[in-house]
Design a protein around this ligand. Structure first.
Ligand SMILES: *[C@@H]1O[C@H](CO)[C@@H](O)[C@H](O)[C@H]1NC(C)=O
Ligand SMILES: *[C@@H]1O[C@H](CO)[C@@H](O)[C@H](O)[C@H]1NC(C)=O
Ligand SMILES: *[C@@H]1O[C@H](CO)[C@@H](O)[C@H](O)[C@H]1NC(C)=O
Ligand SMILES: *[C@@H]1O[C@H](CO)[C@@H](O)[C@H](O)[C@H]1NC(C)=O
Ligand SMILES: *[C@@H]1O[C@H](CO)[C@@H](O)[C@H](O)[C@H]1NC(C)=O
Ligand SMILES: *[C@@H]1O[C@H](CO)[C@@H](O)[C@H](O)[C@H]1NC(C)=O
Ligand SMILES: *[C@@H]1O[C@H](CO)[C@@H](O)[C@H](O)[C@H]1NC(C)=O
Ligand SMILES: *[C@@H]1O[C@H](CO)[C@@H](O)[C@H](O)[C@H]1NC(C)=O
Ligand SMILES: *[C@@H]1O[C@H](CO)[C@@H](O)[C@H](O)[C@H]1NC(C)=O
Ligand SMILES: *[C@@H]1O[C@H](CO)[C@@H](O)[C@H](O)[C@H]1NC(C)=O
Ligand SMILES: *[C@@H]1O[C@H](CO)[C@@H](O)[C@H](O)[C@H]1NC(C)=O
Ligand SMILES: [Ca+2]
Length: 582
């Protein structure tokens, strides 16, 4: 063995040389696909940038394990004939020695179409070229909502379709050929093609599965912001509940309701670990009215939160809150959990699972009156003001006159206007499936921004559309051959949950997916890791829907059980619409 040591050492320095020698703009220009490789697309040779990046360290990430990586950072732009909008794409290229014939497309969050610098490392560390795009929005710093209106009343429709699905599709088609050229992979050799993203990034993943099925071998989709017309407006539902019931709970009261719900429902899954792994059993067995009268206290604090998703607040300062949970507070919480019905009692949408935090319901304190009042959730407010009413505004100024029926109307308007761009619920994935593609779809069971049931409902829509006439169990079995859904116990929106720190998170999805696609190793359960708290680093497996987790032997033994009553709590009849809501 000894004689190989110098060779390995040599390889180490030769390796650094090889990355810098290939990471040049002239080599990048030579590797660009030819103009017209996609009809109407012309590359701007002068736009090419390339720089080698060494020892780039990433730790504490949710979607990939810790890693230190080297890569060639490439950007270039292209135009569509007849349009002067140039589109910038970015690719992180692993050094040739580390390249594993893989390409990974990545997406964004909220109204950002990309989160390249935080998502792309998750491919590079597995030997994949990782790509992202600015969508043609002017720069990587511009989001979709910055360019959506040409002026009040005038929609920039090309930006809608680019955000909807087109930009990522082009970035992938270009990126796959560019990858082959860059590493001199013969055209007949396979470069495995993947997508990974969460929230808006999850919606973008579905946009690809639904409309570019032949381009991908594997899609890793987290908590997707699909059913966009409903999803975005739904951020206003909690505020409309407060307004309708005329009660604006102090945030501490809602936090207490959440804490008590977690405490009561934690053991229902057979393991007392502070994690509500069975929000379905919580819904079936726990009545929040039992919280009425419990005292709460929160010290004065200043807080700020930012996230991948929607519905997060700006920083704020809150005074100390001290009181007892009121019947009105519980009524607001219960009505939020119930989800949106119109005035005729027909279901229009769904809500978060019990135990999730009530972010959309946050109220604001008026120091002159000493009372808590309405604080319109920005994500919902912007959706209605900008994308429905077409004003260049970030928010609604009031909810005056707004009822549950108004909200249903907004949902219908959004769904109809953006049915072929943003709605992203086409349930026929035949092309993707026939191409041999695999899907890992996951969703935090305590997501506070995109209802967990939204993913379950789409899974069922695909099952019923792809396997009509087959029984529930048979169609589920057939679907699971290539598309598997995993609910993540206790997890928040595309993130771990500080209120339930012992919950697992599926951090190694790329590894699991590449083993499924390239080696046929089926993820019967999904690999996950506890990423905080006293069990940090512990491994845990997640059950594949419709099986539900349950612990036996004093919480030591995980079983994935079939429980009809639990499954039924995730079954929705959206009878407020005449059209099917997929
Ligand atoms: C990267 O880190 C390794 C180990 O710390 C070091 O030997 C190497 O010189 C670094 N490379 C560069 C280009 O900084
Ligand atoms: C990659 O290149 C772009 C364009 O030059 C630059 O803005 C970005 O900071 C670079 N990223 C890294 C990690 O070097
Ligand atoms: C767009 O509409 C908003 C809200 O009415 C108004 O404040 C703004 O001045 C308008 N912008 C332009 C360019 O007319
Ligand atoms: C590979 O395919 C691309 C796109 O069709 C083409 O431009 C290129 O010439 C091909 N390369 C080889 C070596 O055949
Ligand atoms: C809720 O529980 C958390 C611990 O998870 C604690 O920090 C917080 O103070 C509790 N809030 C209330 C209102 O009791
Ligand atoms: C909870 O209990 C209250 C009071 O007993 C009752 O009115 C209500 O219907 C119950 N709610 C549910 C969801 O069972
Ligand atoms: C909260 O209010 C109750 C009753 O008004 C009082 O007894 C208690 O000391 C207060 N707690 C704090 C921490 O202020
Ligand atoms: C949206 O506007 C309303 C009414 O002015 C306000 O209460 C709320 O704080 C605003 N939300 C954001 C995120 O700016
Ligand atoms: C469906 O499969 C589950 C086990 O996965 C079984 O418990 C259940 O009885 C089956 N249902 C029917 C209708 O066969
Ligand atoms: C599963 O996760 C553990 C950490 O919890 C990790 O060490 C292991 O490599 C992962 N396995 C796969 C196949 O990704
Ligand atoms: C866990 O369950 C399996 C069968 O499901 C059994 O073989 C194993 O012994 C159990 N482990 C413990 C610790 O009881
Ligand atoms: Ca538990």
């Amino acid at each position: 063995m000894n004689k190989f040591v110098p060779l390995l050492a040599l390889a180490g320095s030769a390796y650094a040389t090889s990355l810098s020698s290939v990471c040049t703009s002239s080599r990048i220009r030579d590797a660009l696909p030819e103009d017209g490789y996609i009809l109407g697309v012309t590359f701007d040779q002068d736009s090419v940038t390339a720089n080698a990046v060494y020892n780039s360290s990433h730790s504490g990430e949710t979607f990939f394990p810790d890693a230190t990586i080297d890569f060639c950072n490439v950007t270039f732009s292209y135009t569509h004939t007849g349009s002067d909008q140039s589109v910038i794409v970015g690719y992180y290229m692993p050094s040739p020695e580390k390249f594993q014939n893989r390409f990974l497309a990545t997406g964004g969050g909220a109204y950002a179409i990309q989160s390249g610098s935080s998502s792309a490392p998750g491919g590079v560390m597995y030997g994949a070229v990782s790509g992202f795009t600015d969508g043609g929005f002017g720069s990587m710093d511009n989001d979709f909502d910055d360019v959506f209106l040409l002026s009040n009343g005038t929609i920039n429709w090309p930006s809608v379709y680019m955000f909807g699905y087109e930009a990522i599709k082009e970035m992938t088609i270009i990126g796959k050929q560019f990858t082959k050229n860059f590493y001199s992979v013969s055209n007949s050799s396979k470069v495995y093609s993947y997508y990974q993203g969460c929230s808006e990034g999850g919606r973008e993943g579905w946009s690809q599965g639904q409309r570019a099925g032949e381009e991908y071998d594997g899609l890793i989709i987290g908590a997707p912001a699909i059913r966009y017309g409903q999803q975005q407006a739904n951020h206003l539902y909690s505020n409309i509940v407060e307004k309708t019931l005329d009660y604006y709970p102090p945030p501490c009261e809602l936090e207490k309701i959440v804490n008590e719900t977690i405490a009561a429902c934690d053991p229902l899954d057979g393991r007392k670990d502070g994690v509500v792994s069975r929000s379905d059993l919580c819904q079936l067995n726990f009545n929040m009215t039992s919280i009425i009268g419990k005292s709460y206290y929160c010290a004065a604090s200043s807080s700020s939160s930012l996230g991948l998703g929607f519905g997060k607040r700006d920083s704020s300062t809150e005074s100390a809150q001290n009181g007892t949970v009121s019947s009105q507070g519980v009524a607001v919480a219960q009505k939020i959990i119930d989800g949106l019905y119109d005035s005729k009692g027909r279901r229009a949408y769904i809500s978060y699972q019990m135990g999730a935090s009530f972010d959309d319901a946050a109220t604001s304190y008026d120091s002159t009156t000493g009372e808590w009042g309405l604080d319109i959730a920005g994500a919902g407010g912007e959706w209605v003001a900008r994308f429905l009413e077409l004003y260049d505004e970030d928010n609604l100024s009031s909810l005056e006159g707004v009822t549950y029926d108004t909200l249903v109307g907004w949902m219908k308007q959004g769904m109809t206007r953006y049915m072929d761009s943003l709605q992203t619920t086409i349930p026929d994935l035949t092309e993707f499936q026939e191409n041999g593609g695999k899907i890992i779809h996951f969703h935090g069971e305590q997501d506070e921004s995109i209802p967990t049931g939204s993913s379950v409902h789409y899974y069922n829509s695909v099952r019923q559309t792809m396997y009509p006439g087959k029984s529930y169990n048979t169609s589920t079995k057939d679907l699971q051959e290539w598309y598997r859904l995993f609910l993540v116990p206790g997890a928040a929106h595309c993130a771990t949950n500080t209120a339930q720190p012992n919950g697992p998170f599926p951090q190694t999805n790329f590894e699991v997916m590449s083993r499924w696609v390239e080696k046929g190793i089926v993820p019967h359960t999904l690999n996950a890791t506890i990423l905080q708290g006293e069990y940090l680093g512990d491994n845990e497996q997640l059950c594949a829907w419709p099986l539900r987790p349950y612990w036996t032997h004093n919480g030591k033994n995980l079983t994935c059980q079939y429980d009809q009553a639990s499954i039924d709590t995730f079954d929705y009849n959206f009878d407020a619409y005449k059209l099917p809501l997929y």
